[in-house]
Design a protein around this ligand. Structure first.
Ligand SMILES: [Zn+2]
Ligand SMILES: [Zn+2]
Length: 219
């Protein structure tokens, strides 16, 4: 099984219908910006991932997306809202049908932008690697391309590279183990990075048949 790396491809468009980190979430008209279950504040938008009709990540540019996953995490009081947890309500992974998407309106015009959005939009390039696991794929890509491993933003699909124990979430509808959609590193620039505890890695999961998603991170 090959590995698909997400690599940094420079500044991205903030409202493009592509897999990216940062920018503005795309959602159907009327979808509201999610808020944190603990502190009730608006969450920060982290990433958007294109999915096919089976809830799998789209790995080819010419395949049309069926859904998008939008990932949010509370950053109103970092560390205080169990942002790492797939179930505590300090983050949300939402699935939207990909037709009729539009940029989601921010909750309040004068809301602190740092709370709502990352400091940069990162475009991603999908790099197919013959290596079977994420760690070897990263190293192989770094060696072949001469790129810093900091430019690996994560992987699309594949097997989770857990820093701690296996925390594969169960689908809340069918109770089956969910499938990894993407793993994310914090990002190449610490001033605009996602906050997974400072050195963490995050996991977005989905259950395609039930249209359910979950997000968690470890450090
Ligand atoms: Zn919160
Ligand atoms: Zn399910």
């Amino acid at each position: 099984m090959a590995t698909t790396l997400l690599t940094y491809a420079g500044p991205g468009e903030p409202d493009a219908l592509v897999t990216r980190t940062g920018g503005t979430p795309l959602a159907p008209a009327g979808a509201s910006w999610p808020s944190c279950a603990t502190c009730s504040g608006p969450m920060q938008f982290l990433a958007q991932i294109l999915l096919d009709g089976l809830g799998r990540p789209v790995r080819e540019a010419d395949i049309q997306a069926d859904h998008v996953m939008a990932i949010f995490m509370c950053q109103n009081d970092p560390g205080m809202c169990d942002e790492w947890s797939p179930t505590a309500g300090g983050n949300r992974a939402l699935l939207y049908p990909s037709d009729a998407l539009q940029p989601m309106a921010a909750p309040e015009p004068n809301e602190d932008e740092d709370v709502l959005r990352l400091g940069a939009v990162n475009a991603v390039a999908l790099v197919s690697s013959p290596c079977a696991d994420y760690v070897s794929a990263r190293e192989d890509w770094g060696n072949r391309s001469g790129n810093s491993l900091g430019n690996v933003l994560g992987q699309l699909g594949g097997q989770p590279d857990w820093l701690q124990g296996d925390e594969t979430p169960a689908c809340s509808t069918c109770t089956q183990p969910m499938t990894l959609v993407a793993q994310f590193e914090e990002g190449p620039d610490h001033t605009t990075a996602m906050n997974f505890g400072g050195c963490g890695t995050a996991f977005a999961f989905a259950c395609g048949p039930c249209t359910q998603a979950a997000f968690l991170w470890q450090c």
